[in-house]
Write a protein that binds this ligand. Sequence first.
Ligand SMILES: *Cc1c(COP(=O)(O)O)cnc(C)c1O
Length: 227
Amino acid sequence: MQDIAKNLLTLRHRIHEFEQRYGRESGSVSLLAVSKTRSPAELQTAIANGQTMFGESYAQEAMAKMAAINDLGVSWHFIGPVQSNKTRVVAEQFTWVHSVDRARIARRLAKAVPQAVPPLNVCIQVNISAEPGKSGIQPHELPELVAEISRYERLRLRGLMAMPAPAADVSSQRKAFAALRDLYDGLHAGFPEMDTLSMGTSADMEAAIAEGSTLVRIGTAVFGPRE
Ligand SMILES: *Cc1c(COP(=O)(O)O)cnc(C)c1O
């Protein structure tokens, strides 16, 4: 638990350092703490040390934690595969979904967002390394899904997300992130309100920031290795 405080400090420092190294505006990269598999007590420690954004991959697990934590200052981001039978729970409990990759899921989420809350922030997940069996759409499917999401008042398209195949060094990691940024730039003219490139994990944060990430999703480097 002691480590979580220290890890968060180190991470904020490194993010700042990479912003400077790669000519990014100071404060332009947000830290999403990926808290899947972590206990409410671990999240509380992160919260006590100033962390406010958390990413969860499994709806059931996340709901138990939300109930235990019950802190209005925290924002919950869904980053896992969205199953059809979980769209209601996800739309009701989360303010962001980073992993929309099907029209059907977009439609179901849009229908389920409660009227009393602002539109649900969504990113489209792209299978940027073209890995068979992995989540995310192919780049050529992007215009159609963007058009679909844009039809729904209850969804707000914020940008793109990807989880590239692992690569050994920063310069090879940068290639996949550059490809996602190109797709994002291509869309941006038509959707100037888009502001989010959700890319970079503990293993490839530097490369992601170098290529324009606005939000890094970090689990291991915050909480330590997962069991
Ligand atoms: C688990 C996960 C992460 C965090 O990975 P770490 O290597 O623990 O930093 C980021 N994004 C997604 C989609 C994940 O599932």
